[in-house]
Ligand binder design. Structure first.
Ligand SMILES: [Cu+2]
Length: 127
């Protein structure tokens, strides 16, 4: 193979890997995590996810008041949801650890309306 052909082959291999990765991510996001907002609480209280894997969440407000859903560490901020309203959000956690999520309708976390997102490292990696 001459050099330009090798470069094209490498580019195609890279593209194929990217497409495969996207296909895997879309499979992972096929089953969204259900989050329910209630007046005074969020279910579940804990969400377990994996670093580098798309997190797909469907947030539903089952309360009688307006609520929202924020995960500041990952720049997730939904709009204010009216009772019965649903919104879907997705993001890719880029770090491991425990991170708080909550409803902050008036810019202040509401009493009881919070939970913990635990981000585990990808299998086979140190990070
Ligand atoms: Cu709320």
């Amino acid at each position: 193979m001459n050099r330009p052909t090798r470069a094209v082959t490498a580019a195609l291999a890279s593209l194929a890997a990217t497409v495969l990765l996207q296909a895997m991510c879309s499979v992972a996001s096929a089953r969204p995590i259900q989050v329910t907002l209630r007046d005074g609480g969020i279910e579940p209280r804990e969400i377990d996810v994996t670093q580098g894997t798309t997190v797909d969440i469907v947030v539903r407000n089952d309360g009688t008041q307006i609520h929202n859903f924020v995960v500041p560490d990952f720049y997730v901020f939904t709009q204010n949801l009216h009772p019965g309203e649903t919104v879907r959000v997705s993001f890719v956690p880029d770090k491991t650890g425990k991170f708080r999520y909550y409803s902050d309708r008036d810019g202040i976390p509401e009493a009881g309306m919070q939970g913990t997102m635990k981000v585990a490292s990808q299998p086979g990696t140190a990070g």
